[in-house]
Design a protein. Structure first.
Ligand code: ATP
Length: 453
């Protein structure tokens, strides 16, 4: 392990990941506890804590593939590093599925190679070795447990500056004595603040399924999370819930949730890798087929003639529209690559469907009767037509071509909110993306952190 050498520089970036297992705990809650300590020793946060969602197709993720980065200006780096290392070791589910790691970087400017590592971690698979090599080359102190996988997310979180599009989430934490009990929220209050704050909060409630989306369902210590465009709106929405349960506190994270950051890279069908994420311009090359379970399967072809199967899953709510596509329709899809097995090749799991061009389909019909207007019957090849109703005969008329109503429109189709991934950009956020800002926020909203202790 390398040692931090430059003691004169006082910005410390702390990235950590993989502290939880499916059984309990949560990396963001550990971030809440560490932040509480850092604020108590007067460390100055130069940015909100970052909650960075990485490639959602990573097969070994626990839930949402989230990693955390804290950026502080402080004097006593050694004391902080010692405290954080101990917290990660004591606060992780080591041995029960967690492979935690923490990485420290000292300095104002994050090196380009770390930013690039982070960019790729959004859509591809990276190794612990690659992370370790970069950490060593830049004299970064780090600590890893288990198989050390957590290093990938820890380093990627440090390298993610979020200076373009980003969102915020206020996450409220439960006291240990309540964990495992039902989370009680007033649905009407959720619906009300959701309406009042639209479009500045999102994914609060799924109208289609009448389901509250802000509360998780497991035994983890998160009571709820409210997502939105700025720290003020997520905190005030949390307050509007007037929760009865006494909380441990809450913390606002700046995040890439709701930004589609994992779908920014164009995938090439000829070089497609398992677990990758991205988008593809293509056309439909086979008629959509409705599988058992209601999922819709079809083949796509890129503009080099390479084909690949693609599937729209039933819970997305996009299967009706997908089943109306026909060969030749031009689309763009956002997708994740499902690994090939002995039973099937690689398959693209569709996350959004952007219908760009629809082919015209013509039906060939018999002409209408000139006497009564009813559609006529053919008398046989080259024998003309006769009307069933008024018996009018027409030897000269020909079959006519009629443009079929496809009953489908071009445009962007997204899954219903309950099927959104953390990174999915909700439809109303298209056009609301934030423009590049300075390296870090100029100041932080006063009520971004609250602890009951
Ligand atoms: P939660 O959302 O509850 O915090 P999680 O879904 O984030 O849990 P983790 O327990 O953090 O799951 O596991 C994800 C693991 O995958 C971490 O070890 C992380 O370092 C690693 N990882 C993240 N992104 C990549 C990537 N692009 N390539 C390889 N490994 C990755």
């Amino acid at each position: 392990m390398s040692i931090i050498k430059d003691e004169s520089c006082d910005i410390l970036h702390i990235g950590f990941d993989d502290t939880d297992s499916t059984l309990s705990r949560c990396t963001t809650q550990l971030a809440f506890k560490i932040t509480d300590y850092l604020l108590k020793i007067n460390a100055k946060f130069i940015d909100y804590p970052l909650l960075i969602r990485l490639n959602p197709n990573v097969p070994w993720k626990t839930r949402g593939n989230g990693a955390v980065c804290l950026r502080v200006r402080a004097k006593s780096h050694d004391k902080i590093i010692g405290y954080v290392k101990q917290s990660i070791e004591e606060g992780s589910n080591i041995g029960s599925g967690a492979n935690p790691a923490v990485v420290f970087f000292k300095g104002e400017e994050i090196p380009d190679i770390i930013k690039e590592f982070s960019r790729v971690a959004m859509f591809d698979i990276l190794s612990r070795k690659q992370a370790e090599k970069i950490a060593k080359e830049h004299l970064m102190e780090y600590l890893a447990f288990g198989d050390g996988r957590g290093l990938v997310g820890s380093l990627a979180a440090i390298g993610c500056l979020l200076h373009k599009d980003h969102t915020f989430e206020a996450i409220a934490y439960r006291k240990p004595e309540y964990c495992g009990t039902d989370r009680v929220v007033d649905i009407l209050k959720v619906i009300e603040y959701s309406k009042n704050t639209f479009p500045n909060t999102f994914n609060n409630y799924d109208q289609n399924y009448r389901r509250v989306l802000i509360t998780p369902h497991g035994p983890d210590p998160v009571f709820c999370g409210i997502r939105g465009e700025n720290p003020e709106v997520v905190v005030s929405s949390l307050e509007r819930l007037e929760l009865e349960e006494k909380l441990d506190g809450y913390m606002v994270f700046r995040s890439n949730q709701g930004t589609n950051m994992h779908l920014q890279n164009e995938l090439k069908l000829s070089q497609i890798k398992a677990y990758a994420a991205g988008y593809i311009h293509c056309k439909i090359s086979t008629k959509p087929y409705i599988m058992q379970g209601g999922h819709v399967l079809f083949e796509i072809e890129d503009f080099n003639g390479v084909t690949c199967p693609a599937v729209v899953y039933e819970p997305t709510g996009l299967t009706t529209i997908a089943s109306k596509l026909v060969r030749g329709d031009i689309i763009e899809i956002g997708c994740g690559v499902r690994k090939a097995t002995s039973k099937h090749p690689k398959i693209l799991n569709i996350e959004y469907l952007y219908i760009l061009e629809l082919v015209q389909i013509f039906d060939t019909l018999n002409p209408l009767c000139k006497a009564c207007g009813k559609r006529m019957k053919s008398e046989g090849r080259n024998k003309g037509f006769q009307c069933d109703r008024c018996k009018y005969k027409d030897r000269i008329n020909k079959k006519i071509c009629v443009l079929q109503n496809r009953n489908i429109k071009t445009g962007l189709y997204l899954p219903t909110p309950k099927s959104h991934r953390h990174l999915t950009k909700p439809i109303h956020r298209y056009g609301m993306e934030k423009s590049p800002v300075g390296l870090y926020p100029e100041s932080l909203f006063a009520r971004w952190f609250y602890s009951s202790k």
